[in-house]
Write a new protein. Structure first.
Length: 121
């Protein structure tokens, strides 16, 4: 995956999978080719967004992290996953738990910052 995954592995952790963050499925609004192949947690949501559940992904369980003082997240944050489709990595938008393929050729990401969470290996 690149630098985030290499750094995590060097300290005994890994970048999470899509299912570690959200229970989104690639259907309905905000879905098309941009999320095909992503596998969210079970029980699944009804579309490309999280549906609040316990034990179905970090953002799914905790919701929008800006509601927690000091959580260090914001509206224009995107989170890397180690899952990919072909050569493109999946990213998760924590505000709604949406999943997208990262494509550096498009300018959609201009206001966003990219982050990586750690999971134990």
């Amino acid at each position: 995956m690149g630098i985030p995954n290499q750094l995590h592995r060097s300290i005994g952790y890994s970048v999470p999978q899509v299912k570690d963050l959200t229970n989104a499925v690639c259907s309905g609004p905000w879905s098309a080719d941009n999320c095909q192949g992503a596998i969210g947690a079970i029980p699944s949501s009804t579309g490309n967004h999280y549906q609040r559940r316990i034990n179905a992904g970090f953002f799914t369980e905790w919701g929008y992290l800006t509601n927690y003082i000091g959580a260090g997240t914001g509206h224009y944050y995107l989170y890397w996953t180690r899952d990919q489709s072909g050569s493109e990595q999946f990213i998760v938008y924590p505000y709604g738990g949406d999943v997208y393929m990262y494509n550096p050729a498009i300018n959609f990401y201009e206001p966003y910052s990219f982050y990586a969470l750690c999971t134990s290996s």
